[in-house]
Design a protein around this ligand. Sequence first.
Ligand SMILES: *Cc1c(COP(=O)(O)O)cnc(C)c1O
Length: 386
Amino acid sequence: MFKQLHGATLAAQAMGRIHAPYGEVVPPIHVATTYERAPDNSYPHGRTYSRDANPSYDQAEALLAALEGGPKALLFASGMAAATACFLALTPGDHVVAPRVMYWGLRKWLLEYAAPRGIVVSFFDNERPGQIDELRGLLQPGKTKLVWLESPANPTWAVTDIAAAAALAHGAGARLAIDSTVATPVLTRPIALGADVVMHAGTKYLNGHSDVIAGALVTAREDEYWQAIKYVRNAVGAVLGPMEAWLMLRGMRTLFLRVRAQSAAAQRVAEHFQGHRALTHVLYPGLGNDPGHAVAKRQMSGGFGGMMSIRVKGGEAAAVGVAARLSVFKRATSLGGVESLVEHRASIEGPGTPCPPDLLRLSIGIEEPADLIDDLEQALAAGQPK
Ligand SMILES: *Cc1c(COP(=O)(O)O)cnc(C)c1O
């Protein structure tokens, strides 16, 4: 028996699978949409039609399940397809609790689409020190079916105690699902902390190269909720293309290298700009004085992630001006790629956003950190009175 291999080893080798008949160390891409029935009317290979599943998913799903410590994973057409499947698997009238600061697209969908169709949503203020007590107060035993978390949460990187929230959810008879896109399985393993389902926008760190839209869920157990999620993926056809699945697995081979480098660089950038005269805040859970630091230190290991935000003195116009003067950082939405990106979040989130208007979100890539620091320094200096 081999000892349990580290996630970095499993990822680098994509589970170490070798493919018949040629002994390939990289999997083939399976493009067939349909499979032949045997004369006895059975499907001897267990495959029917590729809206149900595609063999190109198998290795990526197995790797993700292994990294998260769950029995099964499912790939989806996007992060949103994976996240919304968790809610579409509920029943009208079910109550869910979600954080106020979270991935904007999902918050918007919950408010504009899910709520009018019968999902009852309560939000807790995940930026407050007393957030766990507020969460406890919102749970309605028997009616609350799902507690949704995101930690660190986009775009202020508020941290929530996953183990405490899972214990509360379970006490009320609810499941806990978490958007762990930013933490990645490199830094946080929510299932070990009590989560029932872990969601990833594979578009971000898992793929890591800003060239695939993908999503994934990993379950802690194959229960009826997981069966309902599987049903949703098939029924709405929220399936990933085989090429995209292959690219995402290719990206995941360097996941640990990238995320460790990006976390170390973000830590360095955050420490450098903490207290900068042109900024009011540096938001990063790796900073000792960050409100989420103590909990992040307990539930993250190996770093605090590659995402951070800065709040610029002088408000929205000053923040947009800083973004305009950056050149190494590219002005674009999305995150988790090898190239550093900057985004004025309030512009894309629009009216009703809880995102402060003076906030710039930084996705730290794998460039030389000194180049990122110099770029930010010149952009901030040019906005200062002489
Ligand atoms: C991007 C993102 C999503 C949505 O993923 P898509 O692949 O764009 O649908 C969800 N959650 C977080 C935290 C994200 O960054």
